[in-house]
Design a binder for this molecule. Structure first.
Ligand SMILES: NC(=O)c1ccc[n+]([C@@H]2O[C@H](COP(=O)([O-])OP(=O)(O)OC[C@H]3O[C@@H](n4cnc5c(N)ncnc54)[C@H](O)[C@@H]3O)[C@@H](O)[C@H]2O)c1
Length: 457
């Protein structure tokens, strides 16, 4: 029998949740001293018991369902009975992908996969997360509105919690979509957080006051959102045994690069803004919660670029493209020698999806830089690429040194552990943004909603 599928009745609720997280089967079977099945419990039943006041150190036997749907070995050769049993199981658990087969003594013998038994080709691997419930906090934002669409297209059920700093438009077309749910609310409110995580299997936190200038304008709100509320969210997930928690951090935490060595996840952090500091504090707060079960992962993303249903024109590539198209100008400040790692917004979304699918052993307490070694650019290189795509625009380089951020980052770790590779190209993204402006997909590029700092004044 595979590990983490069967536990003895000495196991605690916490042990049971860990077994479920690691097996990916959504349930764990519990046996007595003689290895006889006494019941089954699912991840959602465990979480429900916690909400009802159970302590995760208590025995799992207290919460098992003593009459689970199972098969005996001889049932396997009876196709009519098999179909009836599968129907009964799916009436109880629509996502069920397997059923336990017992030997003649009532002891678990093997796990039988339903699709295989009924001769159906499974579209996804039996253990994949697809179909699970994911909460995306900040899902109406620049990255969120791209990620949520990808998740839905992969069959995840998605709930978004967002206070809608930039309006509902980026996710409005999703409201009627099957598998999508929206809660308008502020993550700084603990009751809102509890409601949002109820019934979820994984949580992604993208919500924040984003960018140095926006944070500088609203320091109190920044600390409340980026640090305190994020810590409360992570604590609430841990309490409720939602152990897959993915946090959006930033390569800005490296701040000023010292020396020539590429920055990896172990490099010293040199934050040069409240934004970066709030992200570091959050990382530390989240990582302090890691235990045998709680398995958060921190994604330190490069500066994003590209088209999104919630467009931002305050990100370096997008800004340069906009001014090139609208004003025929590309302006490079501070000489343009500063290094900046870049990441296309769709690629960033893929990194989150990889984390949802990865085994717990690969994500637990991990910190990954997200980007690609080929997309470490100097600002002047970005400007030259925009110029190539929009040749009529005039390129001006202004000297100065007021931009302290300068870093070349290594992305070897995420590549090694999650096999993460980017698909996006700077050129393609610039042309896509150019198109969206020229074809009036984005009507008023100066609208405040495209600039985080304007909205957070
Ligand atoms: N865009 C980048 O270049 C970049 C780079 C590295 C890291 N990040 C991180 O990625 C995440 C997403 O960034 P983005 O560019 O999509 O930003 P964004 O500003 O477009 O999105 C943030 C979303 O969070 C929501 N939000 C803010 N406060 C909230 C609250 N109290 N309760 C609920 N929702 C709230 C906003 O309404 C918005 O929809 C952020 O955490 C950011 O720090 C972004």
């Amino acid at each position: 029998m595979r590990k983490n599928v069967v536990l003895t009745n000495h196991a605690t609720i916490k042990d049971a949740m860990r077994a479920i997280d690691h097996s990916g089967l959504r349930v764990v079977y519990v046996v007595d001293e003689k290895n006889k099945l006494i019941g089954v419990v699912s991840d959602s039943e465990i979480r429900r018991s916690i909400i009802q006041g159970k302590d995760i150190r208590e025995s799992v036997s207290d919460i098992v369902n003593p009459s689970p749907v199972v098969l005996s070995e001889k049932d396997l050769s009876d196709p009519i009975y098999l179909r009836k049993t599968i129907k009964r199981l799916r009436d109880k658990m629509p996502d069920a992908r397997h059923v336990m087969v017992l030997d003649k003594n009532g002891c678990p013998k093997k796990v039988a996969y339903i699709n295989k038994m009924i001769g159906q080709e499974s579209k996804t691997k039996e253990k994949e997360m697809t179909g699970k419930n994911v909460l995306v906090v900040g899902g109406a934002g620049y990255l969120g509105s791209v990620l949520v669409r990808k998740l839905l297209s992969l069959g995840f059920r998605v709930r978004v919690l967002d206070v809608l700093l930039f309006g509902i438009k980026p996710i409005e077309d999703l409201l009627a979509k099957k598998g999508f749910e929206f809660i308008e609310g502020d993550m700084r409110n603990i009751a809102t957080l509890s409601k949002a995580i109820d019934g979820m299997d994984a949580v992604i936190n993208l919500a924040a006051i984003v960018g140095d200038p926006a944070c500088k304008n609203t320091p109190e709100r920044t600390i409340e959102t980026n640090y305190l509320a994020n810590k409360a969210l992570a604590e609430a997930c841990k309490y409720n045994q939602i152990n897959r928690f993915i946090y959006a951090s930033t390569c800005s935490v490296y701040g000023v690069m010292q020396g020539n060595k590429k920055l990896d996840e172990t490099s010293p952090l040199n934050p040069v803004s409240l934004y970066a500091r709030s992200k570091i504090q959050s990382e530390e707060g989240i990582l302090s919660l890691v235990d045998e079960n709680f398995s958060p992962i921190i994604l330190r993303m490069s500066t994003l670029y590209g088209y999104s249903p919630r467009m931002r024109f305050d990100l370096v590539v997008n800004t340069m493209t906009k001014t090139a198209v609208v004003n025929n100008k590309i302006t490079v400040n501070n000489g343009g020698k500063q290094w900046r790692p870049l990441l296309e917004v769709g690629d960033a979304a893929e990194a989150y999806i990889s984390c949802l699918k990865a085994p717990f052993s690969k994500i637990k307490g991990a910190v990954f830089n997200v980007g690609s070694n080929e997309q470490n650019y100097r600002i002047i290189d970005i400007a030259n690429c925009v110029k190539e795509c929009i040749p009529d625009a005039k390129l001006t380089v202004e000297e100065g040194n007021s931009d302290a951020r300068n870093y070349v980052v290594s992305f070897a770790l995420i590549n090694k552990y999650l096999k993460f590779k980017v698909q996006g190209s700077l050129r393609k993204a610039i042309l896509r943004i150019k198109d969206s402006i020229q074809k009036k997909e984005i009507k008023d590029v100066d609208d405040k909603k495209y600039y985080n700092v304007e909205y957070n004044k």
